[in-house]
Design a protein around this ligand. Structure first.
Ligand SMILES: Nc1ncnc2c1ncn2[C@@H]1O[C@H](COP(=O)(O)OP(=O)(O)OP(=O)(O)O)[C@@H](O)[C@H]1O
Ligand SMILES: [Mg+2]
Length: 450
């Protein structure tokens, strides 16, 4: 990866985008944007992987939107660009990014359709003319079958979070949708992993794709990761309370393993006076959208969610991610914690690990390639000590004085401390982050990924 700084215009992007991007705080391309944009402007197919929060959305949207500049004689029927995402919230977010970037263009309309939404509103939106369609595969398939979408003018198909889409069982829908598209098109695939399934799909849908894999830098400074050993759920709850008492936490995302646990925890946090919302797949879509909007607008401080929120969601004010329950699959850990520390900002990820989770933690550590720092809060240490050859730290300070003592970690989550600006010049637009004041002790080196 080259450290040299370039501009969007130097990558071939039309200068018309520059003022709009600058107004969004986007002035210098990230590594994935630097690599992907010229390939996509060259109309090649692409299969790309890059770390969380590094601007993949703009990397695929901007070159696709450049097609809308200049040469559109007549309003065409149906979309010229189709973006598929695995979750409704992600579709809405990508749709919003397309609307934001589209302000740079004299004429560019985006429609977003997802499951759970009213057909009446959706049908009305689809009856108008539009250039970009962002959708989840299931509802899109419905709408195609009902004849409401003409796909014969499509020029670009983007699969965002392609691996997740396949994991969620959308393979048949994606293939069926692709069959309806012109053969002459550009197909762009962004994926967290180049799994066998993704490669098979790429062979079927793409034409001689270029591949880019933006590695995470050797030293990831964005996300300060800690494990807290816990004895039981009550202990988890007390530790969470301890953390949430920290006014330095801007917004927090708390992951649970089940929908019911998400509901219960959210209700109990709300009852304790924390402004909390819940998000999981069983909630009505209207409610889900309201909850996400409350988080985005800062009207709620805590979002308790299942893995439906693990991929792609970008709420820059999230300073802390808590794994109240560890994820079932090690790779989801990376996506969950990637909801903080985005666009070069710093963040903190805290995982609660009980005696039954020790193996799962080892799997996560094998997946991320390093150990996660074990920390504890004075007076709130776990009785259980895992026999991993990595003892939990022995906290100092008076038992019970949970806010006593000097903070032993989290400093890097402080304002503007994440890395050198020369390395990530695009980080400066992010709000200042806090330094948590907890009486904590850490064993082992601090570990971060992004
Ligand atoms: N060049 C840039 N400079 C500054 N901020 C940027 C730049 N590009 C994108 N961003 C911002 O970075 C944030 C993360 O972008 P995005 O959601 O596209 O990341 P991502 O790589 O898709 O992450 P994930 O893997 O979690 O899906 C967004 O808030 C976006 O506006
Ligand atoms: Mg993304």
């Amino acid at each position: 990866m080259t450290a040299s700084v370039t501009t969007f215009t130097a990558l071939g992007l039309d200068p018309a985008f520059s003022p709009t991007l600058a107004a969004l705080g986007i002035t210098e391309p990230t590594p994935v944007q630097t690599q992907a944009i010229p390939i996509l402007l060259g109309r090649r197919d692409l299969i790309a992987t890059a770390p969380t929060g590094t601007g993949k959305t703009a990397a695929f949207l901007l070159p696709a939107m450049q097609r809308m500049i200049g040469n559109t004689p007549l309003r065409l029927t149906g979309p010229r660009v189709l973006v598929l995402t695995p979750t409704r919230e992600l579709a809405q977010q990508v749709g919003k990014a397309a609307v934001d970037f589209g302000r740079a263009l004299p004429r560019c309309r985006t429609v977003c359709i997802t499951g759970g939404e009213s057909y009446i509103t959706q049908n009305k939106a689809l009856a108008g003319s539009y250039d970009i369609l962002v959708a989840t595969p299931g509802r899109l398939m419905d709408q195609i079958n009902s004849g409401r979408i003409v796909l014969s003018n499509l020029e670009v198909l983007v699969l965002d979070e392609a691996d997740r889409m396949l994991d969620m069982g959308f393979a048949d829908d994606v293939m069926a949708i692709a069959k309806k598209l012109p053969k002459e098109r550009q197909t762009v695939c962004f994926t967290a992993t180049l799994s066998e399934d993704v490669q098979r799909m790429s062979r079927q849908l793409q034409n001689d794709p270029q591949t880019i894999a933006v590695a995470k830098p050797a030293e990831r400074l964005q996300i300060d990761q800690h494990v807290f050993y816990v004895d039981d759920i009550g202990h988890k709850r007390r530790l969470l309370d301890h953390w949430l008492a920290d006014v330095g936490i801007n917004q927090a995302l708390v992951f649970t393993s089940t929908k019911i646990a998400a509901e219960e925890l959210a209700a109990s946090l709300e009852a304790d006076g924390h402004s909390t919302v819940a998000l999981h797949g069983d909630l009505p879509q209207k409610h889900r959208t309201r909850m996400m909007n409350a988080m985005r607008r800062g009207q709620a401080r805590i979002l308790v969610a299942t893995d439906v929120a693990a991929r792609g969601l970008d709420v820059p004010a999230i300073t802390h991610v808590f794994n109240f329950d560890l994820p079932k699959f090690a790779e989801d850990y990376v996506h969950r914690i990637g909801r903080t520390g985005r666009a070069g900002a710093s963040g903190t990820a805290i995982s609660f690990v009980n005696r039954n989770d020790v193996q799962a933690l080892q799997k996560i550590e094998r997946f991320i390639g390093h150990k996660v720092t074990v920390s504890s809060v004075v007076g709130m240490e776990a009785r259980f000590k895992p026999g991993t050859g990595r003892p939990a730290s022995k906290p100092t300070g008076k038992p019970g004085s949970k806010f006593a003592g000097k903070p032993s970690f989290g400093k890097s989550a402080g304002a503007g401390k994440a890395g050198g600006s020369a390395e990530r010049p695009w980080q400066s637009r992010k709000p200042a982050r806090h330094t948590p004041h907890h009486a904590t002790q850490s064993s082992g080196r601090s570990s971060r990924v992004g």
